[in-house]
Design a protein around this ligand. Structure first.
Ligand SMILES: NC(=O)c1ccc[n+]([C@@H]2O[C@H](COP(=O)([O-])OP(=O)(O)OC[C@H]3O[C@@H](n4cnc5c(N)ncnc54)[C@H](OP(=O)(O)O)[C@@H]3O)[C@@H](O)[C@H]2O)c1
Length: 346
């Protein structure tokens, strides 16, 4: 069955008119919130591409802490966006890279056979994904599809934090905590590309990695507390929030920008009370305290594609898991010790 026919079959199946003979694909599915054991690999019907969408044959997808929160449904506040009783989208995952298999009506920028990477709100851990064309850009020629899959959410978060929130300029001092993680490993490289003097905070085993990313200085948090060195930074991107806000502010220049960026927190509200505290406090100090939520933006992915093409940014891949072991991948990401990005190959 050709892919267009498959799609039509999928569409008929979705509308309940003709489930017989519908093309299927393997996909990770979850029918309830819970630990990684709720994930199963099943045969499911192919989604129709729809107007403005592209059917991507997924080659690789990456996972990050946000995928873990959505899988568990905790903090509970995530359910407001992803479904109150059960996940709205049964297939998890947000980031992907692969090959365009078919394009829907109105799509002119992409053609079958194009290698693309991007993000999808309706799931990526599957053999195929129907993705809005505006969420996809071509994979740079010097990048493997696995490397490309590692980029979207984490690198867009790092880019938006440093460029749009902190307005990093050449010569500024930038400190990145969690410098060895998914966001941090991109942030160190992007801050360097912006001409900043970068300090990365990481554990002993990651010191060489963070230095290799271009950090001018590395603080090993098992030996040194960056809030107590007396140094003050123009920008702090705090991906971990292991210290109280007051202590981190002590390491921030008097008019510097602090981006508290950890999504971790209590079972109900996650980081929300910390975010509110930072926002309220921000009104009473010259220091800029700016928690933010990253957004998928095609233009930012194109900017990142340029940085990847010139070699100013290179994804760090920690581990790659096959689709069948997606639960192990999420379990690993949930533990919070990733060295760069965790990828699932399809
Ligand atoms: N604002 C947004 O919209 C947005 C978007 C994406 C992600 N985020 C948040 O950003 C945070 C980071 O995400 P990620 O993908 O980078 O996580 P990650 O891949 O799990 O990385 C976390 C890194 O932090 C290191 N680490 C742990 N404790 C540390 C400490 N005390 N000091 C310095 N480093 C430490 C870990 O390595 P070791 O344990 O070996 O030290 C690991 O490499 C998450 O909480 C996520 O929710 C926010």
């Amino acid at each position: 069955m050709g892919i267009e026919q498959s799609l039509n079959a999928g569409a008929r199946r979705a509308s309940g008119t003709s489930p017989v003979g519908a093309a299927t694909m393997r996909a990770v599915v979850q029918h309830r919130y819970g630990p990684p054991s709720v994930l199963e690999v099943s045969e499911v019907g192919l989604s129709p591409t729809g107007r403005g969408n592209v059917l991507v044959r997924v080659r690789a997808a990456s996972v990050h802490p946000g995928d873990y929160f959505v899988m568990t449904g905790e903090p509970y506040v995530v359910r407001l966006a992803f479904g109150m009783r059960r996940p709205r989208h049964v297939t998890p995952g947000m980031d992907l890279a692969g090959v365009v298999e078919a394009v829907g009506e109105d799509v002119t920028a992409l053609r079958p056979g194009d290698e693309v990477f991007g993000w999808n709100t309706a799931g990526t851990l599957a053999e195929y994904a129907s993705v809005p064309a505006k969420n996809l850009v071509p994979v740079p020629a010097n990048l493997s599809v696995v490397d490309a899959a590692a980029v979207p959410t984490s690198a867009m978060t790092a880019l938006q934090a440093l460029r749009d929130i902190a307005h990093v300029r050449p010569g500024q001092t930038v400190l990145v905590t969690g410098a060895s993680g998914g966001v941090g490993s991109f942030a160190v490289q992007i801050a360097k590309a912006f001409g900043a003097e970068v300090t990365g905070v990481c554990s002993t085993r990651n010191v060489d990695l963070v230095r290799s990313l271009g950090a001018n200085h590395v603080v090993d948090y098992t030996k040194t507390d960056f809030t107590r060195t007396g140094k003050r930074y123009d920008v702090i991107l705090d991906n971990v929030e292991a210290h109280p806000l007051a202590a981190v502010r002590g390491a921030l220049a008097p008019t510097g920008t602090l981006i508290p960026n950890s999504g971790r927190g209590g079972r109900w509200l996650g980081p929300i009370s910390r975010i509110l505290k930072a926002r309220v406090l921000s009104g009473f100090t010259r220091q800029r305290l700016r928690p933010f939520t990253s957004l998928g933006k095609r233009q930012d992915l194109l900017t990142l594609a340029d940085l990847l093409t010139t070699g100013q940014v290179t994804p760090v891949i920690d581990r790659a898991y096959p689709l069948d072991e997606a639960a192990d991948a999420l379990r690993y990401v949930g533990a919070g010790h990733s060295q760069g990005k965790v990828v699932i190959t399809v």
